[in-house]
Design a protein around this ligand. Structure first.
Ligand SMILES: Nc1nc2c(ncn2[C@@H]2O[C@H](COP(=O)(O)OP(=O)(O)O)[C@@H](O)[C@H]2O)c(=O)[nH]1
Ligand SMILES: [Mg+2]
Length: 320
């Protein structure tokens, strides 16, 4: 569909010029798995852009925290974009709506861009769509991107890995969760936040976190910040911790290494997505039907057939 790609091309120009509607539509196109015009990948060393991932269980206070943090970051940053990803509530829009309401104070401000990622029907993966959206935002002059995601499974871990810095949000009284080290969250944290520090159980949660991180060399122990997001308590400290972690990641070369890894993941996901599209086209070909028939006759085993078909699938241009 040439017209669609022309539209995307002109949308990209508009988005580059600061048109938020065009930007929002491009993110929708990413979600639909459309083939976007080339967006420059960006220098892995570029210190002017930053993506912070905020993750934790549902109800931990991530949205409240993101809202408060955005406010503080905007004291030194000229703009901030927020991508809210919540795959744990694919049907009920309640959570996302709640987030929107909570972030409403930002919604009409020109220096803030907020977007909930649709969590269904992603061709090529939610993490890939989030990453592509993040890259689009940064390309369109939103250098600071905050991604909120629920830390429950591999997809969510992948999403967090599209960020430069991972902030893991816990709550007082969560000793068991920490012990169980749910989904590897404890390993990926660059910063721990104990939000709802106004609730009982703070000390023991801190001890539990310390128990996990003390096993690491001192230079690799993430800071632990206590916050009460609803009262803006500890948010300045969190912003400060983010700035320090960013500096040390950049100085050690780890930031560039992570961005290399992000590019690798993006390449792999895009390739997957492209392949799925080519395959979908090939499935309606005579050759595919012929393959099924020879399988049915027992003329060929499935692995051999796949070896034979693969080059044809890759040559088959479903969107040509
Ligand atoms: N007591 C207390 N409640 C909080 C705090 N932060 C958030 N909440 C409340 O916790 C609930 C869930 O917050 P939300 O930001 O939606 O959590 P999310 O699901 O992680 O995004 C809301 O009712 C918030 O008002 C906090 O620091 N202390
Ligand atoms: Mg939320």
């Amino acid at each position: 569909m040439a017209s669609s790609s022309d539209t995307l091309e002109s949308r990209l120009k508009e988005a580059e010029g600061g048109d938020r509607r065009a930007l929002a539509r491009l993110i929708s196109a990413i979600e639909r798995g459309e083939r976007l015009p080339g967006i420059p990948l960006g220098d892995v060393e570029d210190a002017s852009r930053l993506c912070v991932g905020i993750t934790g269980a549902p109800g931990a206070g991530k949205s409240t925290l993101v809202s408060a943090l955005t406010e503080v970051l905007l004291k030194s940053a000229s703009s901030a974009a927020v991508l809210a990803v919540d795959p744990s509530s694919p049907i009920s829009r309640g959570a996302l709506l709640g987030d929107r309401v909570r972030m409403h104070q930002h919604a009409t401000r020109p220096e803030v861009f907020i977007r909930s990622m649709a969590t269904r029907s992603h061709h090529g993966g939610l993490a890939g769509a989030t990453q592509a959206s993040r890259r689009l935002l940064q390309h369109c002059a939103w250098p600071l991107v905050i991604i909120e995601t629920v830390g429950v499974g591999q997809v969510e871990l992948d999403i967090v890995n599209t960020a430069d810095i991972a902030v893991v949000v816990l709550n007082p009284g969560w000793g068991d969760e920490i012990q169980a080290n749910k989904a590897g969250l404890m390993e990926i944290a660059d910063i721990f936040v104990i939000n709802k520090a106004d609730r009982p159980g703070l000390e023991s949660t801190r001890r539990d976190i310390d128990g996990v991180i003390m096993a690491r060399p001192e230079s690799q122990r993430p800071p632990v910040i206590e916050t009460v997001a609803t009262e803006d308590t500890g948010i300045e400290e969190l912003a400060q911790a983010i700035a320090e972690v960013r500096q040390s990641l950049a100085a050690s070369g780890e930031l560039a290494r992570r961005r290399y890894a992000q590019l690798g993941m993006e390449l792999s996901q895009q390739m997957n997505r492209r392949f799925a599209r080519e395959l979908a086209g090939y499935e309606s070909s005579d050759a595919f039907a012929g393959g099924i028939a020879s399988l049915a006759r027992g003329d060929v085993n499935i692995e051999t057939l796949i070896d034979e078909m693969l080059p044809a699938v890759l040559k088959f241009r479903s969107d040509a």
